[in-house]
Design a binder for this molecule. Sequence first.
Ligand code: CAA
Length: 247
Amino acid sequence: MTRVAFVTGGAGGIGQAICKRLADANFRVASSYIAAERETALKWQEASKGAGYDYVLVEGDVSNFESSAAIVREVEQQLGPIEVLVNCAGITRDGTFRKMTEDQWKAVIGVNLNGVFNVTRQVINGMIDRGYGRIVNISSMNGQKGQFGQSNYSASKAGIHGFTMSLAQEVASKGITVNSVSPGYIGTSMVMAIAEEIRNKIVAQIPVGRMGTPEEVGAVVVFLAGEDAGYITGANITMNGGQHMQF
Ligand code: CAA
């Protein structure tokens, strides 16, 4: 039996690699995308089809509770119950706090943190009823260490850690694990949007000497999504090239 995995923001830089890795591991994969990303998402779906990957794509906004409910309903109608949820949808609106607008704050908290609540809330009771589930939340190294210019983003990603540990305790006895993955700088368009001069300074601080790849993140997510990872819950897996080491 192949399990159903749903990845929010799957058409994004890290999301695409997560979807591919999950499909390679025999999951049936669905993903959501926001209307503004429709063209990118549909192009990716088409290109993936050509390469033998058949993803179910659903349009919607994870920052909105009703839209999240509709997304999950549609995925479950097409593929069946969601057994693996990867909360990957995330945005940045970087800026120093003294200049940060309410819109920048609310947009980032809305997608990155409220989105995790909005989508997880739709699937959790089904997972409890069936006695099985894997929830993987994509957080960030910058939620652990903070980052100049990212008070909104770091707050949202740190919030994901608290959520992960709390929900993990609530559902541990129900066969459900809840974990987070905290990538450092991964070579996606989100990171490439940082000015080159600043980016070069960032890479100079990474002991491994390079940015990570989306595929490397995908590999960790697939491991956590598997049955073998049943004893890992409430954990945060860091992967940052040694840029931020924590006990
Ligand atoms: N620490 C301390 N001071 C810093 C600093 C830092 N890291 N970076 C800049 N400064 C200083 C500058 O030297 C400057 O000082 P003066 O006013 O004395 O000249 C002051 O702070 C203003 O800095 P900027 O000129 O950079 O301010 P800005 O408004 O032009 O730009 C910014 C602000 C957009 C936040 C820019 O600094 C930036 O892009 N920073 C990178 C943010 C970042 O790393 N984002 C990660 C995105 S990827 C991601 O989020 C994925 C993930 O999970 C890792």
